[in-house]
Write a protein that binds this ligand. Structure first.
Ligand SMILES: Nc1nc2c(ncn2[C@@H]2O[C@H](COP(=O)(O)OP(=O)(O)O)[C@@H](O)[C@H]2O)c(=O)[nH]1
Ligand SMILES: [Mg+2]
Length: 242
């Protein structure tokens, strides 16, 4: 199936070359779109040079830092316009091992609307993450699953593959989360639209180079949005609309 791997980058100069090389090894026929928000460390130019050598890599440079969710939306809009059948999300810091790519794409080819690389299903794991990140991720996931009635172990994972039909159905221009709440919002929309979601185990490894862009403001945005969506669901149920 025609596959596009979207790689959002902000200051990933130390990682992007190895990411692109390993993606090419693991998924030789897939195309790659790097979405860079004018990283001050020159990630875009490094990605362009590496992409020129590897082939099938394009770099979309946006004028300013606009958040992970917004970067993925831009990548998906481009990918859908170009007729890709599977669209993949993956971090550009080597936390997500490209060896899992074929499995995620195969799950979509077999009929899933969304295949999530999950740290919290049997066989999944996290290496080297500090305790506060583990705690935030685990409890963030439990909170989102409960409030939104999602039967998912890892709705916040950023390593996943979508079918083009699923993305078209969920109307990307109506998404609201700018940061990491985006992952939850996408899973929630696919689920509410009756889409089929599968979770496959992955090993997540904390980045060794560069630094995380996760912040308190980004975590707070996700918690506020999840609560807001959950309240909306309850009100709709109470008023008998669903
Ligand atoms: N284009 C773009 N990429 C971003 C932005 N924020 C984070 N990223 C990228 O999104 C991915 C995940 O971010 P990261 O900082 O590793 O988050 P963490 O793994 O949750 O600590 C990495 O590839 C980042 O470079 C942003 O505002 N714009
Ligand atoms: Mg990371």
């Amino acid at each position: 199936m025609r596959t596009l791997i979207v790689l959002p980058t902000y200051d990933e100069a130390e990682n992007i070359v190895e990411v692109l090389q390993r993606v090419r090894e693991a998924a030789p026929t897939a195309d790659v779109l790097v979405v860079d928000d004018s990283s001050p460390d020159g990630t875009a130019d490094i990605a362009k040079r590496a992409g020129y050598e590897l082939g099938q890599v394009e770099v979309l440079v946006r004028p300013e830092r606009s958040g992970l969710g917004s970067a993925y939306r831009a990548g998906f809009v481009e990918g859908l316009a170009r007729g890709y059948e599977v669209l993949v999300e993956m971090d550009s810091d080597l936390s997500h091992d490209p060896v899992s790519l074929p499995g995620l794409v195969a799950a979509v080819a077999a009929g899933a609307d969304l295949a999530i690389g999950s740290r919290y299903v049997c066989g999944g794991s996290i290496l080297h993450w500090p305790p506060h990140r583990r705690w935030l991720s685990r409890w963030g996931n439990r909170y989102a699953a409960r409030v939104l009635r999602l039967d998912l172990a890892d709705a916040t994972s950023g390593f996943r593959a979508y079918s083009a039909q699923a993305l078209e159905r969920l109307q990307l221009d109506t998404l609201t989360a700018a940061g990491y709440g985006f992952q939850i919002e996408m899973a929630y929309r696919v689920d509410r639209g009756g889409g089929r979601i599968v979770e496959l185990p992955i090993e997540f490894v904390d980045r060794e180079r560069g630094h995380s862009k996760m912040s308190l403001a980004i975590a707070a945005e996700a918690i506020v949005l999840v609560t807001w969506w959950g309240l909306g669901d309850r009100l709709r149920r109470l008023s008998g609309r669903c």
